[in-house]
Design a protein around this ligand. Structure first.
Ligand code: OGA
Ligand code: MN
Length: 283
């Protein structure tokens, strides 16, 4: 059967049907998937019972994989190409470092000088209800700004940090993270290297704009995030076990909603494809 493509929402996303990611894909199948990825921003593959090795092998078709040196606490002990997004407690009973991963709108590795091209997240254990992820289309967010706003933000840079929600729980971890990943300035508008289209590049972890005070920056950042996450730009994913979602970090943002009951297990694993260099250290 040949590959079929089903749109996920008006704004972005497509489900790719009739592929088995446990098998190597032909170049023409991969080309079709890659074209759809560039056009739709996120791809969903359902019912993929694959091994960690197969997850890594498929991810490599999109480019070199990050080994998560910027997030050492969250990587799989035996597979540095896999990042754990899990609420399963550590062996000693302490809370998982990645329990709250992604609970602010963001694009992966924006707080490094090599932000990610794309991420492939595999749903391994999913709560019976909820644990959803939302995605938004940052081309649309950019395109729908006024010409005046586009002109104003074109030269501006947002300051990105790896900070997470609920700082108090992981205060020590946060300090380590800040040392490992000092703040980085990234342009608010980036040109996608493959499509040539402009996309907004901002998020809820952006604390300030370079060269401005926090008071001056906040209304601009808040407006851009609110604008970018309007429901008409968003796709909300309800996970099923064995789903794999690939998203393009250069033209989308995402957020984990944490909308599931305490005591339910939620365990996913992610590969991260390296992107092109972007941004600069502030110091
Ligand atoms: C991620 C992430 C969101 C989620 O893996 O990069 O942000 O819903 N995950 O788990
Ligand atoms: Mn993420």
């Amino acid at each position: 059967m040949s590959i079929a493509v089903r749109p996920l929402s008006h704004a972005l996303g497509a489900e790719i049907q009739n592929v088995d990611l446990a098998q190597p894909l032909s170049n023409s199948e991969f080309d079709q998937i890659h074209r759809t990825f560039l056009e739709k921003g996120i791809l969903l593959f359902r019912k993929q019972q694959i091994t960690r090795e197969q997850h890594i092998a498929f991810s490599r078709r999109f480019g070199e994989l990050d080994r998560h040196d910027s997030l050492p606490r969250d990587r799989h002990p035996d597979y540095p190409e896999l990042l754990l997004v899990t609420n399963i407690p550590e062996k000693d009973g302490t809370q998982s470092a990645s329990k709250y991963t992604g609970q602010l709108w963001h694009s992966d590795l924006s707080f490094t000088l090599e932000p990610s091209l794309g991420s492939l997240l595999r749903g391994i254990t999913i709560p019976p209800v909820g644990g959803d992820t939302m995605f938004t289309n940052m081309y649309m967010a950019y395109d729908t700004l006024s010409d005046g706003m586009k002109k104003m933000i074109e030269p501006l840079h947002g300051i990105h940090t790896g900070k997470r929600k609920l700082l108090d729980i992981h205060a020590e971890h946060e300090r380590e993270q800040n040392k490992l990943n000092p703040p980085i300035a990234q342009p608010l508008v980036r040109v996608h290297p493959e499509t040539g289209r402009k996309a907004l590049y901002v998020g809820e972890k952006v604390s300030c704009l370079a060269g401005m005070t926090p008071e001056e920056s906040k209304p601009i950042i808040d407006y851009l995030v609110r604008h970018a996450t309007r429901p008409q730009f968003v796709y909300r994913h309800q996970w099923q076990q064995d789903d794999i979602i690939l998203w393009d970090n250069r033209c989308t943002m995402h957020v984990a909603l944490g909308d599931y009951a305490d005591g339910e297990i939620r365990h996913l694993e992610r590969t991260t494809v390296k992107g092109t260099p972007s941004g600069y250290y502030l110091q």
